[in-house]
Design a protein. Structure first.
Length: 404
């Protein structure tokens, strides 16, 4: 009886343990079934708002003198003096070189003497011709004598006119011995010294004067950019703002901004076949001669104002396998969708989008790697997510250069 009781007790405890194990197993399964779902991914997004953006193009340019005058002699002779300092500023009409005037003064004196001699004979010949005309009526002189007197009068008058012209030529040549500056500007080095023999209108210039205030900046613009701008203007997506549109900002070689704005003067009508570009000429004030001919600068040209521009942070844009730009947006049901974009250019740290997005769209900027189209997400403002390491962006930016 004692053995049976022991067996019975063992069986009882075994049943209790089995029941307890089953209860624990059921409890664990129930807890597993009731575990909370994984949290919804959180992404940082920006809401698209239409902005007013001034679009510009940054193009390279080269400076050139506003006016250039090459100094050449107009008479042949010996250079007696050079009357300027190389590299200095000269005024229009200032004497630069002096050619030996002695032979030209002698030619002037000779012409004056010849003119005086011809003029001295004129009264007597004129009176004789008049007397012969009166006597010819009375037939006191022959017709031949009258004709000879009339011819002598005409020859003397012609001689006077000739010597007057010769005198004027001599006077002009004597004035040309003083070689003057035709324009005001900076004069370069002299190619001749005192004692050099020069010839009239020689091919080699004695010196060169360049007017540097104002100064030109010649900017090549590709025909592709020209046609793109024309297309935007025709569509009405750009609004040009009158005279302000012609203002040009100059960036120096050391990346500093030139303190004075230039003015777009004209756009050339001929395309360079080797580069496929046209030349834009900008006039820039240069009172301090900071800009020198031949310098390379960069110009910021105003294209117009886009009244309804869409800008998104560059980090929000990725590329599909074909290289096309795409973004992920959060729709009204908090699900992720993919949008294909058309991008015009970079503006600061943003992209200017021309198609693919509309006002009110929420574009995902941070958290793109952990979501895919169709995923339900929780969107927080991009600016508010700066505490988690997301950088803030500015809404206003100027156009960045677009390579040609």
């Amino acid at each position: 009886m004692q053995l049976n009781g022991t067996v019975y007790g063992s069986l009882k405890w075994s049943a209790v343990l089995v029941a307890l194990f089953g209860y624990l197993l059921l409890t664990a399964c129930d807890r597993r079934q009731q575990s909370p779902p994984p949290p919804v991914p959180e992404v940082a997004s920006v809401t698209i708002e239409l902005q007013q953006v001034e679009l510009t193009s940054e193009l390279p340019g080269r400076t050139s003198a506003y006016r250039i005058a090459e100094i050449r002699p107009q008479v042949s002779g010996l250079i007696q003096k050079r009357l300027f300092t190389e590299g200095s500023s000269v005024k229009a009409g200032e004497v630069l070189y002096l050619v030996d005037p002695a032979p030209f003064q002698a030619a002037l004196d000779n012409a004056q003497a010849a003119l005086g001699r011809a003029g001295a004979n004129l009264p007597a010949i004129r009176l004789r011709t008049e007397r012969y005309r009166e006597l010819l009526v009375e037939k006191a002189v022959s017709r031949q004598d009258y004709d000879d007197a009339a011819a002598a009068l005409k020859q003397t008058e012609a001689d006077i006119r000739y010597w007057k012209a010769t005198l004027e030529t001599a006077r002009i040549n004597l004035a040309y011995t003083r070689i003057t500056a035709p324009i005001s500007g900076r004069i370069g080095r002299s190619n001749v010294t005192e004692g050099a023999i020069v010839t009239a209108y020689q091919p080699v210039a004695l010196a060169t004067i360049q007017q540097l205030d104002p100064i030109y900046v010649d900017v090549p613009q590709s025909t592709t950019e020209l046609m793109r701008l024309k297309h935007h203007l025709e569509k009405g997506s750009l609004n040009q703002n009158g005279k302000k549109q012609n203002k040009v900002r100059i960036i120096m070689e050391d990346a500093t901004t030139y303190p004075r704005e230039g003015t777009l003067q004209f756009r050339d009508v001929t395309v360079d076949p080797t580069t496929g570009s046209v030349i834009l000429r900008v006039v820039v004030p240069n009172p301090d001669a900071v800009l020198l001919p031949g310098m390379f600068v960069r110009t910021v040209m105003k294209e117009g104002v886009d009244e309804k521009a869409i800008l998104i942070p560059q980090q929000a844009v990725s590329r599909d396998p074909k290289g096309n730009p795409v973004v992920l947006i959060v729709d009204a049901e908090d699900k992720v969708q993919q949008r294909m974009l058309t991008i015009d250019r970079a503006i600061g740290n943003k992209w200017l989008v021309t198609s693919g997005l509309a006002q009110g769209d929420q574009v995902i900027v941070e958290g793109i790697q952990k979501v895919r189209p169709g995923t339900t997400v929780k969107a927080v403002p991009f600016a508010a997510a700066s505490d988690t390491g997301v950088a803030k962006t500015e809404n206003r930016a100027q156009a960045a250069p677009k390579s040609n």
